[in-house]
Write a protein that binds this ligand. Sequence first.
Ligand SMILES: Cc1cn([C@H]2C[C@H](O)[C@@H](COP(=O)(O)OP(=O)(O)OP(=O)(O)O)O2)c(=O)[nH]c1=O
Length: 211
Amino acid sequence: MSTPTQEAPGTLEQAPLLVLASASARRIDLLRQIGLTPDRILPADIDETPKRNETPRLYAQRMAATKANTVALNTVEPALIVAADTVVALGRRILPKAEDRETARTCLTALSGRRHTVLTAVAVAPSPAWTKGRPAARLVETAVAFSRLTEQQITALLDAGDWDGKAGGYALQGHAAAFIRFLSGSASAVIGLPLFETAQLLRGQPGRWLA
Ligand SMILES: Cc1cn([C@H]2C[C@H](O)[C@@H](COP(=O)(O)OP(=O)(O)OP(=O)(O)O)O2)c(=O)[nH]c1=O
């Protein structure tokens, strides 16, 4: 959904494409929720290994910026790239993205009965051909608390399967919501894309992306 930029009469410039640098179906749905349909979806293939002693905040910011910049540099047309990264942190500890049941179990056991922080960074980067665009980023912190989980409840959450591919091994938009007793911050950020902050970033760009 590229939106024409407001040009002085007589000048014609190609409207930039909106590119979402993500493989996450949730991020596509969240963008659509605020009326934005990306022209392209180009997941960034980057090294997601945290640096030694990297804080969860710095890690999320670095990941979102690297995803956006990597795709921007590979995009030939005028385009604005949007990317995000979601990290579940217990203090300074970054919990893994659960790719298997055992990892999800370890995460849920660690989160049971405790408050944790979800950090989502969103970054926008213009492609080299979109010279009016400006790189920008935001970091959103959300405090979340799980009730104490019994072994049986953890097993039920694992059986539900919606931990797969999720930071911290749970999905707020899924079965885990039945155990989240407190949330302060942005629910959309926990699910993968902070909608208010993303809209602000796009409103701050030249062109009319959003009302
Ligand atoms: C905590 C939590 C995370 N998540 C998801 C959001 C992200 O997709 C994922 C965290 O991994 P990310 O590395 O942020 O994203 P991704 O690998 O899924 O996609 P891409 O890098 O291509 O954009 O966890 C939920 O959907 N619900 C939740 O409640």
